[in-house]
Design a protein around this ligand. Structure first.
Ligand SMILES: *[C@@H]1O[C@H](CO)[C@@H](O)[C@H](O)[C@H]1NC(C)=O
Ligand SMILES: *[C@@H]1O[C@H](CO)[C@@H](O)[C@H](O)[C@H]1NC(C)=O
Ligand SMILES: *[C@@H]1O[C@H](CO)[C@@H](O)[C@H](O)[C@H]1NC(C)=O
Ligand SMILES: *[C@@H]1O[C@H](CO)[C@@H](O)[C@H](O)[C@H]1NC(C)=O
Length: 523
């Protein structure tokens, strides 16, 4: 095996078997490959059921904040210069008119504006494009159906009596969380210099006076916390996450997202900012990270080992911001072993129409002998699909600003080819793991709806996320760490990248090693 570092994170890998060599080069799509940069760029955002703000939490400003700093190590002590001030982080709708624009923005547009503003403060020059930050995303599933705040498949919604699907304790149940911030600081720990900072808070507004970690053990309060830590000049950042639900907030989500640095990111219809300077495209990209799950979040916790989000229209064209024809596409691998398959021969509407084998062979969902029902949690068709195969199951029309399509998969041997978990419990509590997922190849093989006779969409994934969605279960706690394992060859922590194949060998490209794609990266 030959490994050569070329320049700036572009790596040439060649593996030679007895008769043939395969050569491939890879470069990172994220601004901070392997999360190694001391000068961290991280931001936080909060969404309601339909990915908007609705109303700002009292005294919190717009729910977009950032912690971005540069480290100057030539002085003693080390100097840490923050690029985003408390004043920036506190900006809210009350500041909207003072910034020289024609009409005031509404609270949702203001949040989108604030994210771009924070992006300008955090931006780092990079090739081929500048980049801004990792994004911590919070979402509450509460929905006041009588208030008709969330559009129905991108169209005007009308009030309806809440059935059991959407939790809501009454007026104001869709509130934004309280967001508190410990700016990153440097401190001494056993003779070494460490960096540490955090965002934390709760959705329970009446707890404003007493938001501490104690809320985790208290009945009955929601809580979240993300702490980042790193040793100066060494290793990579560790992100430690906690999410707790309560009776009033039984459906909560917390993810760490790698979003596109420009354009729309998955599930969001405003321009966003993010860490990905190149948008990964199926089938050629891989994601690497180390994940340790300490607490699972209970039987309803849909822990996403990998959650990818994109947008394209049913005719295959890219999205353009028209919420009636744009369709958010999601696919998620759920690793909580207590989540079962809803896709069954007796429940075909919860299965994609077919499963595609790595060699391209399609197996129809009615093929009882061969279709891998247990590999799928649930599939749902975009609400604006004109010709879905029967029987079908439309996706929830309210939880996105536009129609959406969701394909959730479960550990199963059919995903072995892509480096995904093959059996229940793999990577779960007590089994921390470094994953190298061939997300590109998998996402190319997965079924996504398009209108008949239309050219297949180019599958670009503008959001690559990891975290949990605790679905309608109160007082559950999830806790997990994203961190790097020590290995001989440094490998990135959370690392989507484009493969840029070198056409050096007539044998073609692709790194092959006993059927499993392998890549060694130095970033
Ligand atoms: C300062 O940081 C640079 C870049 O990370 C590193 O090469 C250098 O060794 C550091 N210097 C000290 C004194 O730590
Ligand atoms: C934003 O508005 C708040 C409340 O009106 C005010 O205290 C603060 O100074 C404003 N911030 C800026 C940057 O204008
Ligand atoms: C909190 O409530 C749950 C049920 O909702 C119960 O099982 C648990 O014992 C309670 N914990 C405390 C500390 O009261
Ligand atoms: C594809 O793979 C399946 C399962 O390994 C095999 O049964 C089938 O013959 C293959 N088809 C082609 C066209 O190679």
């Amino acid at each position: 095996m030959l490994l050569q570092k070329l320049f700036c994170g572009l790596v040439l890998v060649s593996i030679c078997a007895v008769h043939e060599c395969f050569v491939s080069a890879q470069t990172s799509a994220v601004g901070d490959p392997g999360m190694r940069r001391d000068g961290l760029r991280v931001a936080i955002e909060a969404w309601n059921q339909c990915n908007e703000v609705g109303e700002e939490a009292p005294n919190m400003g717009s729910p977009r904040c950032a912690d971005c700093f540069d480290l100057y190590n030539s002085t003693s002590p080390i100097r840490l210069v923050h690029r985003v001030t408390e004043r920036d982080n506190k900006l809210g709708i009350s500041n909207a008119t003072s910034r020289g624009r024609r009409g005031p923005l509404d609270v949702n547009q203001y949040a989108a504006w604030k994210q771009i503003y924070l992006g300008t403060k955090c931006q780092v020059q990079g090739k081929p494009k500048p980049w801004q930050f990792w994004m911590i995303m919070l979402k509450s599933g509460n929905m006041d159906t009588l208030a008709a705040i969330c559009p129905n498949n991108g169209r005007k919604a009308y009030p309806f009596k809440s059935d059991s699907v959407f939790p809501c304790f009454g007026k104001g149940c869709m509130n934004m969380p309280l967001i508190y911030h410990d700016y990153t600081t440097v401190y001494e720990d056993h003779g070494s210099k460490k960096l540490r900072g955090s965002f934390y808070g709760t959705w329970d507004l009446d707890n404003a006076a007493s938001v501490t970690k104690e809320l985790i053990t208290q009945n009955d309060s929601s809580y979240y916390e993300v702490i980042w830590e790193k040793e100066v000049g060494k290793r990579s950042w560790e992100f430690h996450h906690i999410l707790k639900t309560s009776l009033k907030y039984p459906w909560l989500m917390l993810y760490l997202r790698a979003d596109a640095a420009t354009g729309f990111s998955g599930g969001y219809h405003y321009q966003t900012r993010g860490i990905m300077k190149t948008i990964p495209k199926s089938p050629k990209f891989t994601v690497k990270f180390t994940l340790e799950i300490k607490r699972g979040g209970g039987p309803g916790s849909q822990f996403y080992l990998m959650d990818i989000g994109s947008c394209w229209k049913n005719n295959g064209q890219p999205c353009n911001g028209d919420v009636t024809t744009d369709v958010t596409r999601y696919s998620e691998m759920i690793i909580n072993p207590s989540i079962d398959s809803w896709c069954k021969l007796t429940s075909l509407q919860s299965c994609p129409p077919y499963h595609t084998l790595p060699n391209g062979t399609r197996i129809h969902r009615s093929d009882e002998e061969n279709f891998p029902y247990e590999a799928y949690h649930v599939y749902c068709t975009p609400g604006n699909a004109q010709h879905p195969e029967e029987p079908h199951n439309f996706c929830d029309p309210y939880s996105n600003p536009q129609p959406q399509e969701i394909l959730q998969i479960l550990p199963h041997p059919v995903w072995r080819e892509y480096g995904y978990p093959t059996k229940k419990g793999e990577g779960w509590i007590g089994d921390p793991k470094t994953w190298e997922l061939d997300v590109g190849k998998l996402s190319q093989a997965l079924y996504f709806y398009q209108d008949p006779g239309t050219a297949p969409a180019d599958r670009y994934w503008s959001s690559i996320d990891l975290g949990t969605e605790i679905f309608r279960s109160d007082n559950q706690v999830a806790e997990w760490t994203l961190k790097k394992k020590e290995t001989l060859v440094p490998s990135p922590l959370f690392h989507p990248y484009d493969q840029m194949p070198f056409e050096m060998e007539s044998k073609g490209v692709g790194v092959q090693n006993g059927g499993k794609q392998t890549a060694i990266l130095i970033a």
